[in-house]
Structure formats: C-alpha cells, structure tokens
Design a protein. Structure first.
Length: 68
C-alpha cells in the first residue's frame, strides 16, 4: 500500500471514522494538525468519507477554516 500524502488526515479519519457524519470533526482535527487545509487535503477527505467535494467546501467556508 502506498504511503499517504496526508498522514495527519489519516489520523483524524481513524479517530472519527469514515462515515459522512464525521466530516466536521475530521476537518477540524486536520486543520489543527496541519495548520491549514490545502485543496488536495479537502479532496482526500471527500474521497475517504464518501462526501461530495462541494459539501466539503461548503462546510469549510461556512465554518471559516483556513484554506490554501
């Protein structure tokens, strides 16, 4: 298995689970670990939680996360 580009995100996904309901917790924890949320990390989260990328962007912009 290939090494993940986002091990910090993987930690949060393991912590909160892969259900779409984990989205806010995964985003929050990932931002704390990384310091900001790169667009590629948002796509990675969307794919791993089986959530549309548009929903991830909607949550990120609503809660005013730091994006790059």
């Amino acid at each position: 298995m290939a090494e993940s580009k986002y091990p910090q995100v993987d930690c949060e996904i393991r912590r909160w689970g892969t259900s779409p309901e984990s989205l806010i917790q995964v985003l929050h924890g990932s931002q704390e670990r990384i310091g900001y949320l790169p667009k590629e990390a948002l796509q990675y989260i969307a794919e791993n939680l089986n959530v549309p990328l548009s929903k991830v962007y909607g949550v990120v912009t609503f809660y005013n996360y730091s994006m790059a």
